[in-house]
Every structure is written in C-alpha cells, then in structure tokens.
Design a protein around this ligand. Structure first.
Ligand SMILES: Nc1ccc2nc(N)nc(O)c2c1
Ligand SMILES: [Zn+2]
Length: 372
C-alpha cells in the first residue's frame, strides 16, 4: 500500500528497505538526484532512467516562484510537466528561503521572504507549502521547518524548536495520512545540541508522519560534528519508518548515514560538481581541468559503465570543460549522477549480503586513504 515501508535485510544498523509511493517502489538506501526547478540540470528523464534514478528531488521554493505551482498544476502536475514518471520528493522551502532569499522574517504564522528572482514579497506558512506541494503532485512532501543556522546557541535553537514543532503539528493537521497518495515526512531539528535533538525527535516522531528527516545538518559544520549528531539522532527515529538525511552528502557521508540506519539521501554535489569539473570515480576525485588529462585517452572511470565512460576519453572531457562547451555539463553530470546512484545500489547489495562494513571500508580507502 502507498506509504508502506518494508525492511528486507539488515547489517548492523544498516537496512535494505522498500518505500511504496504512488509512482513506484523506492529501494533503499536510495540517493535522490536534485532537480531543483523541475530538471536535474543538463539531464533529460531518459538520462536519469539510464543512470538508475528511482526518485528525484524538487524544490517548493523554486517552483512556486517560477513557473508557479498553479501553472504546474494546470499542466497536469510536475510528473507530467517534466515527463518524469518515477517518484518525486519535494523539499518544503524553509531551507531555500534561508539560503537563497534576501529579506526574510520569521513569524509564528510562517516565514515572510522576498523572491531572489524579482524581490516580490511572499509568505510561506505550513499550510501554504503543503498546498504548493499538492499542486506539484509530489509523492513525498516535507513539512515547513526552520533549519537553524550553524553556530546558533542553545537558547535560540530551543526557541526555534517550538516554532518548528508547532508548524509540524499544523502540517499533519492539514494533510491527513494517505491523502491523495501523497506522503508527508516530518523533519527533526535541534541544531548541534543532543538534548534538543532528543526533544525534537520525541515531538516530531509522535505526530504520525509517514517518514522522518534529519534536518539542520550539512549546514557548514565539520564532518566530525555531522557524524556525531548523525550517530546520536538517527537511532531516535522510529526504525519502522523511512529515515531521510537532508542535504547529505559526499560519498563517505552517505555511507556513514547508511551505517547509522538512514535510508534516503539527497545532495547537489554530483550535479553541481559536474558543472565545475570535479568528478567522482572509483579511483577518487578527478578534477578534469587538470593539464595531466590533456592527452589522457583513458575513460574517466574504467569501472563505470555510464554513457560518458563508455564513449569518451578524459582528454575529450577536459577539452569540453576548458572550452566551456555545453556538452561538458551533460557528460560530466551523466557520470557523477551514475556514480552516486551506483554507490547507493552497491550499498543495497552489500547490506543484502551482510558485507556493508567491507563495502564502506573500500570507499574510505578511495576517498580518504589512510595516512601513508
Ligand atoms: N542540509 C539541509 C538541506 C535541506 C533541508 N531542508 C529542510 N527543509 N530543512 C533542513 O534542515 C535542511 C537541511
Ligand atoms: Zn561514468
């Protein structure tokens, strides 16, 4: 049934699961390529399917401002508009308001902000962002929350929790479980304070959401701080529902999350870094602009079977990047998205066979080789 989450194998805290959505089953652990304004930049839906994408992420903030959620609804919803027939998760906009828009004001009712596009004034309330996500037709909707800025003190973080929890309750009230097959996930905040993380998990996870996200991480903290709060918070979320770590992350961060029982991840790294020539491979990171690749006839990643690695040399990819050719975006993104999706697919396979620890250690060797 839509919303069902079943666990098929475990390996320590790591688990192999399936989340049933209105647009298909998501096998977890899953990586979600980010399609902010209704496109995973430079890729068409077929590229995404070829790469093994199951579920992609869209953003309420961006799509509301342009082209408008009502327009998308009139065009049949985001799936039909962008021709993606798989599951779509949409973030609620709170985070984007704080990271993108200029003037903004937090009020008990919601957050006032000015569009980063034309400066027009808007108000996002818990109910408004759900109306937008219902217009988009997303399969998994997120509640409106305040992502507390890195470095906020205990007092501010505690006060913010009261607001975020009140908004979560209003969201659940506004969207009954199972309504129109659109799932609603709660978001746990609490900054970098373990007592507040416990307080938030207890409050949010008592509101009968179909899944729970860990928010407020990957906001500029050190890897050690992120891992510390991740290890503390993940087990606080009910094991029988999906756990989603928002905005994470680098390959090793995703594996760290899986080790602590997280099931879903999204991050702009593969797509954003593809556009600046930072490519992820089975031999570590490749900065394709480096002169060393000028005459390198090898494929980007001999262990990768994506279209880019099957057809083009590093020399050609470097040429496209240096020449600022549009094809550079597309070929680099095809590869990076495939790398992250293969990372998640490999993790599912490893958990299924009780080999996750070995799998994670192999990637640590590649991306964080032990000091020689
Ligand atoms: N690092 C992130 C990324 C996205 C987020 N989205 C929401 N709604 N809340 C957060 O705390 C996020 C954190
Ligand atoms: Zn490749």
């Amino acid at each position: 049934m839509i919303g069902d989450f079943s666990i098929h194998a475990t390996d320590g805290q790591a688990r192999l699961g399936e989340l049933h959505t209105a647009h298909g089953i998501v096998r977890t652990p899953a990586f979600m390529p980010v399609g902010t304004v209704g496109t995973v930049k430079s890729l068409c839906p077929q590229d995404l399917r070829d790469a093994g994408s199951q579920i992609i992420l869209g953003n309420t903030y961006h799509l509301y401002l342009r082209p408008g959620d009502e327009l998308v609804a009139r065009r049949g919803g985001l799936h039909r508009f962008m021709r993606w027939d798989g599951p779509i998760l949409t973030d609620s906009g709170g985070f984007q308001v704080f990271s993108l828009s200029g003037l903004r004001k937090l009020t008990p009712d919601g957050v006032e902000f000015r569009s980063h596009i034309d400066g027009s004034k808007h108000l996002f309330t818990p109910e408004k962002v759900l109306d937008i996500q219902r217009n988009l037709g997303s399969d998994v909707m997120m509640v409106l929350d305040e992502c507390v800025p890195y470095g906020a003190d205990h007092a501010y973080t505690l006060k913010s929790l009261d607001l975020t929890h009140a908004w979560a309750a209003r969201s659940r009230e506004n969207h009954a479980p199972g309504r129109n097959g659109q799932l609603l996930f709660g978001i746990v905040q609490g900054g970098f304070f373990k007592d507040l993380r416990e307080r938030s998990a207890e409050a949010v996870c008592s509101m009968d959401f179909e899944g729970h996200a860990i928010g407020g991480l990957s906001v500029g903290e050190s890897t050690a701080e992120m891992y510390d709060l991740l290890a503390h918070t993940a087990p606080l979320l009910p094991a029988h529902k999906p756990r989603y770590l928002m905005g994470v992350g680098k390959p090793l961060d995703i594996l760290e999350g899986i080790e602590h029982g997280v099931d879903m991840f999204d991050c702009v790294l593969p797509t954003r870094n593809a556009r600046n020539g930072t490519l992820y491979t089975s031999q570590g990171q490749v900065n394709i602009k480096r002169a060393q690749y000028r005459e390198d006839d090898e494929p980007l990643d001999p262990a990768c079977s994506c279209y880019t690695c099957r057809n083009f040399s590093r020399a050609y990819l470097r040429h496209l990047y240096v020449a600022k050719e549009l094809l550079s975006y597309r070929l680099n993104t095809i590869h990076n998205v495939r790398f992250f999706l293969d990372l998640a697919a490999g993790a599912r396979e490893a958990v299924a066979h009780g080999r996750f620890e070995v799998y994670k250690a192999r990637f640590r060797e590649i991306f964080q080789p032990a000091e020689a």
